[in-house]
Structure formats: C-alpha cells, structure tokens
Design a protein around this ligand. Sequence first.
Ligand code: ADP
Ligand code: MG
Length: 474
Amino acid sequence: MAAAWQDVVRDAAAVREAAAVAVDAALLAGVLMRTGEQPQASDVVNYAPFTLLPSAVPQDLFEQAYSVQQDFNLLVDAISQNREFLEQTLASTIKVDDFTARLFRIYMKVLEEGLAQTVFLGINRSDYMFDCGLDGTAALRQIEINTIAASFGGLTSRTADVHRLVLKVLGKTEEASQLLPNNPAKRLALGIAKAWDLYGSQRAVVMFLVEDVQRNIFDQRCVENELWNRNIRVVRKRFRDVFEQGSLDASRRLYVDGQEVAVVYYREGYVPQVYDQQNWEARLLLERSRAVKCPDIATQLAGTKKVQQELSRPGTLEKLLPGRPEAVARIRATFAGLYSLDEGEEGDRIAARAIADPDLFVLKPQREGGGNNLYGEELKEVLEKIKDSPERTSYILMDKIKPQPALNYLLRAHSPLEMSECISELGIFGVYVRKGQELVLNQAAGHLLRTKAIEHADGGVAAGVAVLDTPYLV
Ligand code: ADP
Ligand code: MG
C-alpha cells in the first residue's frame, strides 16, 4: 500500500509536536478509556490508544467493503432463521467444544418452547484485511464477522476529528479535508431505536448487558447517549443483575428490577469465562423473553468461526440466499481460504499441509475477543498434538492474510513515542431490523480502522494490541 506520509513520518520534531496535539485532541473529543488501575471508575481516565497518522486504505477496497455489507446483513439474518443449517454445521463442533454446545442448548430450548420474540435487531461488524498479492496488488479478505458485542462504533465516531487536526498540524490541510465523516454510534442507535419502537411500549427501556469490569464504557456511552437524545431510557445491567432481578410475565415480557425491557443489547456474553451457572440461567431467561435481543442466540451462533468456514463451501451461500446470485458473488469475493478440520480425509489432508507449512495458515478455535488464534510454530505444535483426536474439530484453519506494512506511531498512555511497522484491519458496521418476516431496515452503519504493529499476530484494541485509526483513501 502507498506510504502516504513519507515526508513527515521520520521527522522527529514534527512527530513529537503532532503527538502532543493529538493526545489532547483525543481527550477533548472523548476518545477515552478507563485505566487498567481503576477500571470501575471514571475519576481518572486515559485516551484510548490510536495512531498518530491515518493509514492509507485503497479506495476501491474500502468501497467494496461497504457495498457488500447489506449482503452480509441478509446472510447473517438468513442463517439465524435456518435451524437445519445451524444444526448440521455445528453438529461436530458441539461434540467437542463445551461453550458452543451450551449456547446451542439454549438455542434448542428456545426453539422448543417457541419464540416469543417477534422483532429482531442485528448489529454486526465485518472485519477485513488487505491481502498483498505477489504482483503487489491488494485484495479485500474477510477476517471474520462479529455478530455479538461488536465494539468501538462509539469511539471511532470521534477519531476522524483527531486525525484531521493532526494532519493540519503537519501542514497537510488538503489531505485533512479528505478524511471521511464516520458516525457508527448514531446509526447503531438508530437501529436500536427502531427495534425499541417496533416492540411497542413507551414505558419499556433499552438494557445494555455489560461486563463486570467496564473499561470500555465510553464507547458504549456514545451509543447510549444517542438513545437518550431520542428520549429512550437506557439501563446498564450485568448478567448477575438479571439473575437476581429478572423475571418474565405470562406473555414472556421481560422485567428487570421492575422495568419492562424492550431491547437487550449485549456488550458481554461471548466468552465462556463470564458464565457461571447463574449467568447461564440469566442468559436463558433473556433468550426466552419477548424482548428484542441484539443478537438473539441464533445470531450469535451464526457468527461462529465454524459457520464462517462452512459458508465458504461451494453451494452453501446459494442455499442460504436463494435467488440472490449477485449478493452471493459479492460475499464470496471477500472470502479467504477456509478449511474444516472435521474428522475424515479432507481434515487429515489440510492438517498435514498446515503442519508442513504453518506460516501459510491461522488455526482458530471457536472463541471471540482476540488472542485465541494460533500461528507459526505454535500452530504446528498444537496441530501435531491434536491431529489424530476429535479435539481438532473444535478448530478451523484459515489462509493467513499478508498485508503490506506501513510506518506509523501507536500512541498509548505511558508508552514512548516509537515508529512501528504496522498493518490495519478495516471493519464495516452493519445494522438491520426485522419484524416477523419483513426486513424494515438494512444498512451499512459506518467503519472502524484498527492498526497494530506487525510483531503481533493477534489481538484487538480491547486486548491492548491494536489501536484506533482513520482510513485515508488512496
Ligand atoms: P477474534 O474473534 O478473536 O477477534 P479474529 O478471527 O478476528 O478472532 O482474529 C483475531 C486477530 O487475528 C485479527 O484481528 C487479525 O489481526 C488476526 N487474524 C485473524 N485471522 C487472520 C488471518 N487469516 N490472517 C492474518 N491475520 C489474521
Ligand atoms: Mg476479530
């Protein structure tokens, strides 16, 4: 990718000056996070880590990512309604992966009882990297789609202003004016508001289901405040609160602490560690309720790595989106190579290839949140150990994407200002609302660019590896 800022990136004095301005601008704009030392209070806060310079992103790939987002919304929504597909696809996984199995059991229970929920809200983020081919051209490759708790739509709504100022300080006024406006917070809130409205009770609240430790609270507040602007009440509750204060009435309306809940927006619930027995019970209660869950349990399952891998099989997309060949083609054009490790010859063959050439692949378990994937030597070791056991079924293999690095500075509180070779990951937010069988809203809702130093194979912003960025289209 074009190195956009060659003339300034090595100018130490200019960089130091711009970094000081950038940090203050981030604080002023509200690009904030609570500190590791005081994650439960907002008395002392830091700026969320971000790049000094916006990163170059090829305009055609950026546009491609936006133009496929409504297709991905349709696809996720279709999968969430396709019991046969989810059952078949996850059959091997749930035999060996306890977390997916427990989610799946809730899914089955809810279906057996019959859905009380009639309005559906999806907020997802499809993530991509720019794979650099041998001839130097870049291609858009999907890393994954996040169907639960896709974050940073709030903070990223405020980072473009910071980068605009930095470019001006560096004498790049013209380039500054080209940075795109971006406001996922507003558009995600619009989706939540629509679902709240269709639920049809003025008294009812939107419940953010939040973590015990809430370092990233400001990102959530951005969306929350947009709802308050629309005079929609928001409450923040943890699974534990739902366990202690939650109940359903005869028509399965959800009440928490005496308040009716129209929409449950999960910003928690995607890692096994949060679930003890009581929290699993709380999750089941929420899923059984009439409240709009964002996402419902089926949509969470639609976002598993196993589902992603099965989607890449020839013919699968066509079955899930019948009569939409153009959408299928747009979606497929973003896929990297994905491989099943199910028991059998196909799995044996790809496992052997990955052991022989581990740097070409990524080994992924059914986990979210960063830091779970295996690369290189570690991939090889683990795969050698599990290749003849059913355990390998809990993983998938994926082609490793190799983007062209660019120089930048990652600004982090209490860290020295150092130049790094960096790679970026572009996320596009999607939002959709369905009432019964009628899709009433289907939109791309903005973007997120995250950038990390090349020495880190894995991990997002919350995991402390990647930082917030702004695309500069080239
Ligand atoms: P998670 O659900 O933990 O976020 P991801 O699939 O998004 O899992 O992987 C986490 C990180 O690992 C990504 O943000 C990316 O940096 C890196 N990664 C994942 N898949 C690939 C791949 N195929 N090639 C290169 N890097 C990858
Ligand atoms: Mg990810």
